[in-house]
Design a protein around this ligand. Structure first.
Ligand SMILES: [Mg+2]
Length: 379
């Protein structure tokens, strides 16, 4: 089997309401749909996150795709290594592994979809097989105010989510109000996590963590700058609340370093950081050797990523029981089947073949038009 064409399409899948976090306010998920076509008529689909520029990400995926033409989709590791060397190590003159992961994720996902469809197997079977039957996700309420977030948290807790996760890092008073009102809304039993998304330096983190102890917070995710493992390790060494690493773990090397430096109690990791399923799996196994759990990360994504993440997460022994889920923010998804609505905060491990989804081509068309309109409006 040979790859004969790679197609890329920028899409905008709108959110029901604006998404607030420490880094800004987002209106929808901008992604690049990646299609891998083969000479045997099998087509696989994946998506890359289109930030900061959908056009730039699309251009890099096209270049990576050019290197795949005429080659076997089963040569996943070699295809990705070649693309990484040519584009993101710039043939040995540069190194941008984090951007590489984000750009290449969609292409790598689509290769797994092809491999699964061609063999009639799920991606998780090809990765060694599932070690669980279902995957548990956290409830992620959103809103501009603490009251809005608390109302969403109550609803999610009542729907069966055992873990509630909130964004903070939005100002001291608002952060404390969010913690207080959410804890009050979900009661004492549910587990509460918070994510300041790098907006606390070690001194501020120490001050805010002392305040958060009152609200029985389970862990605080990536409080400090993503470039410094040392800062995270410093916060963790003095923190009575567990600390998770997120934006400083992209590659298997990052995973090893965070474990070696004892910088985190848990690692948050997604396919858009690692560059797809295979390197996600490698990173998860490195963390497993250190006794650290992996929590699936979410970004501005559609059901394609939900399905792809579910496939690889099914194979990870050290998977956390509160993983990130982003579909409830979408006004509509571009995935037609399966139904990705959580039940009791869970999804089953998905059937295949491949990544296990079918696209809704009407929705893909609408999302393509919305992206084009956004480009035109910005001109
Ligand atoms: Mg995070």
């Amino acid at each position: 089997m040979k790859i004969i064409e790679i197609r890329t399409t920028p899409l905008l899948a709108p959110y029901i309401k604006p998404y607030h976090w420490a880094q800004g306010v987002i209106q929808g998920a901008t992604v690049i749909l990646v299609e891998v076509h083969t000479d045997e008529g099998v087509t696989g689909y994946g998506e890359s996150v289109g930030t900061p520029s959908a056009e730039a990400v699309q251009a890099y995926i096209r270049l990576a795709g050019d290197g795949c033409i005429g080659r076997s989709p089963f040569d996943n590791a070699r295809l990705m290594a070649d693309a990484n060397h040519a584009l993101f190590q710039a043939l040995g003159t540069c190194s941008s592994p984090r951007f590489a992961g984000m750009v290449l994720a969609g292409l790598e996902m689509a290769l797994w979809d092809v491999m699964g469809k061609a063999t009639g197997r799920t991606a998780h079977e090809l990765l060694g097989g599932a070690v669980r039957d279902e995957i548990q996700y956290f409830g992620f309420p959103q809103g501009e105010t603490a009251g809005e977030i608390a109302a969403g948290a109550k609803e999610l807790a009542e729907s069966g989510c055992e873990v509630i996760y909130v964004k903070v890092g939005r100002g001291d008073a608002l952060d404390v109000a969010i913690a207080e009102q959410v804890r009050d809304a979900i009661g004492p039993e549910k587990r509460l996590r918070m994510d300041p998304n790098e907006h606390w330096n070690p001194v501020k983190a120490s001050r805010m963590i002392r305040k958060m102890c009152e609200f029985d917070v389970e862990f605080i995710e990536q409080p400090t700058n993503s470039e410094s493992i040392t800062a995270l390790a410093q916060v963790r060494a003095n923190s009575p609340i567990a600390i998770a690493a997120d934006q400083l773990v992209f590659t298997p090397y990052d995973t090893f370093n965070v474990c070696r430096e004892k910088a985190a109690d848990l690692i948050v990791l997604g396919l858009h950081e690692t560059g797809g399923l295979l390197r996600f799996s490698k990173s998860a196994h490195i963390a497993e050797a250190a006794g650290i759990n992996i929590c699936i990360h979410g970004l501005y994504e559609t059901g394609i990523t939900t399905c792809a993440s579910n496939q690889v997460a099914a194979t990870v022994p050290n998977l956390d029981d509160g993983n990130q889920y982003m579909n409830h923010f979408l006004e509509w998804d571009i995935v037609k089947t399966p139904d990705l609505a959580l039940r009791n905060g869970k999804l089953p491990v998905l059937d295949g073949p491949g990544l296990g989804f079918e696209l809704d081509w009407d929705a893909v068309g609408r999302a393509g038009e919305l992206h084009e309109k956004q480009v035109t409006d910005n001109e």
